[in-house]
Design a protein. Structure first.
Length: 581
């Protein structure tokens, strides 16, 4: 019900689950050093192949330059695609730009390192029960909020419970924390308590799960698992987030509405305040020309980083002139641009019609239109680098003859009115115009393109989920991994009635396969095989019509250091290493 978010890399999830779960008959203490040790032990087992998949993720470290004078530097980061954040509430944030901003102010119990592995954050260690269904976290000694107050286990319980609270209205918690014991009854209103999250003492939190999960720690790393100050939220009123109190590396100094967020170092950040920076400015560039404006501002050094979000890369018309410059940074990204069909509305309730529309697009021409190095053809749900993406599936090739025969067999009326809706940002208009022309030329079908402001488009997706009979016919959208696991792409997107399944795709065999894979924590091969079989069903029936996977194409000033480029986007594992001007 949202457009997209950020994430991590996959088999690290499975490795952690294997190391902490069924591999031993007793509970295992997990700390930063033991994670490395367990990984080395697992390398002697069958998991080696999956580990190598994660290591193949492209990572580019920005070259180190001489360190400027500490405390005087300002890092100016372009947030293309938004005119104004709708919220900075971790329970409600959805678009990747807002998730990024929120992640600088708040943090959770765990975080990602530069290799996209889980490491401690607010928790200094944790143990996992033998059945992998109970996690016990020990808070870091001396952990404080940005106002100087102590963080307690009650704050953690409050934050997670709030993310799942249906009265909060965000919805994200119901996707990513639904496996917590009692979450389903709590979010549905059947119970007013969440028994799965407990404060054992002021510094110890226990989380019980309904079923084993190989990806729980990655879900906990998402913003819905961030720690909130109970006092700050309860005393701060409806818009408490305009004066946020968190455990992240920065605090919000100023919110210049419709312009930018101004952040300054958090003096109480547990890893030490990033005092080499005076401030971080997150500058808004909304609308379909936002990326163009950001690029021009980069040329005049008004901003230091642009193009860092998968749905709003550097405009394709500028790639030829910048792709050979040292400022230009590129990496394959865990993002997929796709067309979703409303399976509850005619004509797209018919699998033959969806397949015809899928076969009626020449994706190779679309990639050429986007420009050299902008994207790669995507014929499946899983993007490259996600575990399981190396396993073969049969895809739907471009074929005009087959497409038209399918429409004939389906008794498709080519005179009917059809609308393709999209969010107005980046190159979206160019892509949609191309698709519409392809369908007209190859299928003889007339489709109207409907652009909407990004937040309006996001709301329309939610409306389509809630009331498909009054929803969008079809839409051009994007998904970016919250965590690099196939569960985030298959179970979280296309299982019957799951919250992100805006197009209402449904197949009982698909559901059975992902349900089986979701609870498999010991046999990595079997888990990926089940996901692979489920993906094949979704591709054959066009649960999505995947088009292309964009690269992270960013421009970063040479004096900026400390940014790591991965399939999950830009990761900043250590803010003390970040330098600006």
């Amino acid at each position: 019900m949202k457009i997209l978010k950020l994430a991590t890399a996959t088999l690290a999830v499975t490795l952690l689950a294997a190391a902490c779960g069924g591999a031993t008959p007793t509970s295992v203490t997990v700390v930063q050093t033991s994670i490395v040790k367990e990984t080395q032990v697992v390398k002697e087992t069958q998991v080696v192949k999956e580990t190598q998949v994660v290591q193949q993720t492209v990572q580019v470290q920005v070259p180190v330059t001489p360190v400027p004078v500490p405390g005087t530097q300002v890092l100016r980061w372009a947030l293309e695609g938004i005119n104004e954040p709708s919220t900075l509430d971790p329970a409600k944030a959805g678009d990747s730009q807002i998730v990024f901003a929120t992640s600088l102010l708040f943090r959770g119990l765990v975080q990602l390192d530069a290799q996209l592995r889980i490491k401690p954050d607010g928790a200094e260690s944790w143990t996992v029960s033998a059945d992998t269904k109970t996690y016990t976290f020990k808070l870091r000694k001396g952990l404080k909020f940005s106002d100087g107050s102590d963080v307690t286990s009650d704050d953690v319980v409050f934050a997670i419970t709030r993310s799942l609270d249906p009265k909060v209205g965000g919805g994200n918690g119901a996707y990513y924390l639904s496996n917590i014991k009692g979450a389903a009854d709590f979010t549905s209103g059947k119970s007013d308590k969440l028994p799965g999250v407990t404060a054992l003492d002021p510094s110890t939190v226990q989380i019980a799960l309904e079923q084993p999960s190989a990806y729980f720690l990655y879900q906990l790393n998402f913003i819905t698992g961030y720690i909130l100050s109970k006092k700050s939220v309860t005393d701060g009123g409806e818009k408490w987030y305009e004066k946020p109190v968190g455990t992240g590396p920065f605090i919000l100094k100023e919110w210049q509405h419709n312009q930018k967020l101004v952040l300054t170092p958090n003096p109480y950040y547990w890893a030490g305040p990033p005092n080499q920076l005076k401030e971080v400015d997150l500058v808004f560039y909304g609308g379909d020309q936002g990326s163009v404006t950001a690029f021009k501002d980069y040329q005049t050094s008004a901003v230091d980083v642009i193009g860092s979000f998968g749905q709003t890369p550097i405009p394709s018309q500028f790639l030829p002139q910048v792709k050979d410059l040292p400022d230009f940074k590129s990496a394959p990204q865990f993002f997929v641009r796709y067309i979703g069909f409303n399976n509850k509305l005619k004509p797209f309730d018919n699998t033959m019609v969806r397949e015809a529309f899928a076969r009626g697009i020449d994706k190779s021409k679309l990639i050429k239109l986007l420009g050299d190095g902008a994207a790669r053809v995507q014929d499946r749900i899983l993007p490259g680098g996600i575990p399981g993406s190396e396993m073969k599936i049969d895809t739907l090739a471009f074929d005009i003859d087959i497409a038209n025969k399918l429409l004939t067999d389906a008794k498709f009326d080519k005179t009917q009115k059809l609308v393709l809706t999209y969010g107005a940002e980046g190159d979206n208009a160019k892509v949609v115009e191309f698709i519409v022309q392809q369908w007209k030329t190859n299928l003889g079908v007339n489709v109207t393109a409907e652009p909407l402001e990004l937040q309006t488009f996001s709301q329309k997706l939610t409306d389509t989920y809630n009331d498909p009979a009054k929803g969008l016919q079809m839409y051009f959208s994007v998904w970016g991994a919250d965590y690099p696991d196939p569960q985030n792409w298959l179970s979280q997107q296309l299982r019957t009635d799951v919250g992100n399944n805006n197009g209402h795709y449904s197949n009982t065999d698909f559901d059975g396969l992902v349900d089986k894979a979701d609870v498999e924590v010991k046999d990595v091969t079997a888990r990926l095989k089940s996901y692979n079989e489920a993906e094949q069903i979704a591709v054959t029936e066009v649960g999505w019509l995947p088009l292309f996977s964009p690269n992270t194409n960013a421009m970063v000033k040479p004096y900026v250091t400390g940014l790591v480029f991965t399939g999950q986007g830009i990761i900043i594992p250590d803010w003390s290493a970040v330098r600006a001007q």
